[in-house]
Write a protein that binds this ligand. Structure first.
Ligand code: C5P
Length: 332
């Protein structure tokens, strides 16, 4: 999966040099060393390209980074998080570049990993939600925090991420809209930020020569109202970082109302409101959330050309896990 933990790694790596080249492995290489990937290589190439700190990607990069690979792409050094990665034969994948001094380390983001996210999907718990009420989920979230290893709950094993203003600053564009910019507003859950979202935002971005794209993120309780189960899988803090890392996004509203209201449109001086071809979720009172932009004649449906949804990803993941678990059973 591609998540904000990866984006944070790429952000740190970019800050260590001038030009960041990201090597992305093929499906075959990942299946061999780590198990089946959730996204295909084509999807992952596109996802990584859409992260704003990435200057270039190398498709089908070898799993083990050698000096030859670094020289081939004219790289001074390579960067990896502060956890060790091993090949299928148990060797450190970065042994060669480490011994020749062409290796730098960045910090892993606590509280998120593909395994964590899969855990949330499988456990169906809601403790990762950012609840404003002191209900039992909130209590469990606060009780759990810090008691498990690396920001994990000792009881559920589910990760706990803590948002900070520093992290938001690091991820934010810091840009204000300039005169002549077209201010485009989109809203949604943007849960498990995926290639469908990227394709949508790319097409939204292309609606103007000078786009300023604002993404309104619905609060966890709101998403849970219309999606049910334990959705969203990522809480609003995590979704904020995922969306901010996308190069097509200028600003995020952290906890947007369901409807694009008069106040909201006037406040941000919105010129255009877009929604994809997915179903429009009606507000609590059954009203159309886009009634006001439609009345103003500034509403546009944008075709992402991509059918992927958060539900499909969850299905893919659960299927992959079943394949993995079957594999484990066979080995056992
Ligand atoms: O479902 P969610 O609220 O995350 O969607 C956010 C926006 O992305 C919506 O406008 C939706 O229509 C759009 N989208 C899309 N193509 C996809 C997935 C989402 O256009 N495959």
């Amino acid at each position: 999966m591609v998540h904000y933990g990866h984006s944070n790694q790429l952000r740190q790596a970019h800050a260590m040099g001038d030009y960041l080249i990201v090597g992305v492995h093929t499906d075959e290489e990942i299946a061999k060393h780590k198990g089946p990937p959730v996204f295909t290589q084509e999807e992952r190439y596109k996802m990584v390209r859409a992260i704003k700190w990435v200057d270039e990607i190398v498709e089908g990069a070898p799993y083990v980074t050698t000096l030859e690979t670094l020289d081939k792409y004219n790289c001074d050094f390579c960067v990896h998080g502060d956890d060790i990665t091993l090949t299928v034969d148990g060797k450190d994948t970065y042994a060669e570049v480490k011994s020749s001094g062409r290796y730098r380390e960045c910090k892993r983001t606590q509280g998120v990993s593909t395994t964590d996210l899969v855990g949330r999907m499988l456990l169906m718990t809601k403790t990762h939600h950012s609840n404003i009420d002191k209900n039992s989920d909130y209590q469990q979230h606060t009780d759990n925090f810090g008691k498990g290893p690396k920001g994990h709950s000792p009881w559920t094993g589910v990760s706990q991420f803590l948002q900070t203003s520093q992290k938001i600053i690091q991820f934010a564009s810091g840009k204000e809209p300039q005169p002549g910019d077209t201010i485009i507003y989109v809203a949604g859950a943007f849960d498990l930020f995926h290639i469908g979202h990227v394709d949508f935002l790319e097409n939204v971005y292309k609606q103007s020569d000078k786009p300023y794209v604002i993404v309104g993120l619905h609060f966890d309780q709101e998403v849970n109202r219309y999606k049910g189960k334990n959705y969203p899988i990522m809480n609003v803090h995590e979704r904020t970082l995922s969306v901010l890392a996308c190069k097509y996004v200028s600003e995020v509203v952290i906890g947007a109302p369901c409807a694009a209201t008069t106040d909201l449109l006037d406040h941000f001086k919105v010129d255009l409101v877009c929604h994809g071809k997915t179903e429009v979720i009606f507000d609590k009172d059954n009203s159309d959330p886009y009634a006001e932009p439609k009345r103003r004649g500034i509403f546009r449906v944008i075709d992402s050309g991509n059918e992927l949804t958060t539900d499909t990803i969850v299905e893919r993941i659960i299927k992959n896990r079943q394949v993995l678990f079957q594999g484990v059973n066979v080995l056992a």
